[in-house]
Design a protein around this ligand. Structure first.
Ligand code: PLP
Length: 412
């Protein structure tokens, strides 16, 4: 059987038609009519009067949202700690300092009460308000956006929603990314839809979108020559990438339904496994896209091969991760998933199934050792006990049966 990946991109077959039409008209350009059309279809899907700026990545979208919020050297930005590094790294690109906020146990996302206390403490300690708040829809799960918006309104701080993993997820029927001042989407190869690499920023006014695109296209002033009154970036989406996105948008509703179906199958088939708990919508308002399906393992649960976990140094990237990985000499760090989680990952890997521990919280990353963090133990505990399971459009009902059988066979 072909290896089952966490979320492998799947083409509709129409991508090539859009690309051929674009190439026939020589639209192998940065920006272009397919970018315009892709933005229009995204705006229509998001609703709520959103304007969309198509960009080269979700990371670029986070960065430009920060720039547009006026974040610069010496500022602080409140960021959900339990996330992928692209939520917080762009804060450092601006010279500002990320201040990490832990999660609440229901959604695993930013804890609004802790956020409120953390802001009060930052104001007390620094005499200045943080410049932005970044909650993250982890694995697609909605954050408690109603309470986060209340805290943001109380302190008058803009919210940048990192919905890179949460495209199509809703809170109270409203799509994530449309509540805050800006909403980040990613079309990386492993996301709900792909443009092979790309992202978008949801904005609430044409003026905000225009400002974002100004920064995304090197911030040029209106002279016959290139004159710059601000530092800009080359963060445009390529027109050919947008062709892929246009075709992918045709199938998005089907993919959303499929991810939710796969989640339902896992829930049914793993319901009777003692010590394993699937993560699911915690409130009636939450409607996750279940980008990845996730579970936590009780520390007392026994998994075959547990005694060998972390015995060997990992070489290269675990799973399907691309890119260059710095080789380390040690198999362990001071904060890592429990041995039963690592043993399950290895057992699934041997069975041809990609799985992954949950994101290691940013306040535990060596690179952020000096960053202020407001923690409550929730993300630490989730990191030690959690695992992500495959959920993409290529995952069939038979695959889920095979994966859940492998999980059951691995535990004793
Ligand atoms: C939470 C989160 N934020 C931001 C990003 C950045 O998106 P991209 O890979 O398109 O730069 C990703 C994914 O890669 C993500 O998972």
């Amino acid at each position: 059987m072909e290896r089952i990946l966490l979320c492998k991109p799947r083409m509709t077959g129409h991508e090539i038609d859009y690309i051929k039409a674009a190439l026939a008209e020589d639209w192998a350009t940065p920006l272009g009519p397919d970018c315009d059309a892709f933005e229009a279809v995204l705006a229509d899907f998001a609703g709520h009067g959103c304007h969309v700026a198509a960009l080269c990545s979700g990371t670029a979208a986070v960065h430009l949202a920060l720039v547009a919020c006026g974040v610069s050297r010496g500022d602080e930005v409140m960021v959900q700690s339990f996330t992928f590094c692209a939520s917080s790294h762009p804060v450092t690109y601006t010279g500002a300092q990320p201040v990490f906020v832990d999660s609440e146990p229901q959604s695993w996302n930013m804890d609004p009460e802790l956020l409120d206390k953390a802001i009060a403490d930052r104001v007390n300690k620094t005499g200045r308000k943080p410049k932005a708040i970044i909650p993250v829809a982890l694995y697609g799960m909605p954050y408690r956006i109603d309470r986060i918006m209340e805290v943001a309104a109380k302190w008058d701080i803009p919210v940048i929603e990192d919905a890179a993993e949460g495209f199509g997820s809703c809170f109270n029927g409203q799509m994530l990314g449309t509540f805050g001042q800006f909403g980040v989407l990613s079309f990386n190869g492993n996301k709900m839809i792909t443009t092979s690499g790309g992202g978008a920023l949801l904005c609430h006014s044409a003026e905000d979108r225009r400002r974002i695109m100004w920064y995304a296209t090197q911030a040029r002033d209106s002279y016959p020559y290139y004159q710059h009154s601000a530092i800009g970036y080359n963060y445009r989406m390529s027109n050919i990438s947008a062709c892929i996105g246009r075709a992918q948008m045709e199938i998005l509703p089907e993919y959303l339904a499929h991810h939710r179906h796969v989640q339902k199958l896992y829930m049914e088939q793993l319901a009777d496994v003692p010590g394993l708990t699937m993560h699911t919508n915690p409130w009636p308002e939450a409607d996750s896209n279940f980008w990845l399906c996730t579970a936590v393992l009780d520390p007392t649960m026994n998994v075959r091969g547990q005694e060998e976990a972390y015995n060997k140094v990992v070489t290269g990237a675990v799973g399907g991760a691309a890119g260059v990985i710095r080789q380390t000499e040690s198999a362990i760090t001071d904060c890592q998933p429990n041995t039963n989680v690592e043993a399950l990952r290895v057992a699934l890997d041997k069975a041809g199934i990609e799985s992954r521990p949950l994101w290691k919280p940013m306040h535990r990353q060596p690179v952020y050792a000096e960053a202020p963090a407001y923690v409550n133990g929730v993300s630490d505990a989730l990191f030690r006990t959690g695992i992500c399971l495959p959920a993409g459009p290529y995952v069939t009902d038979d695959h889920v049966r095979y994966i859940t059988d492998c999980i059951k066979a691995a535990i004793f």
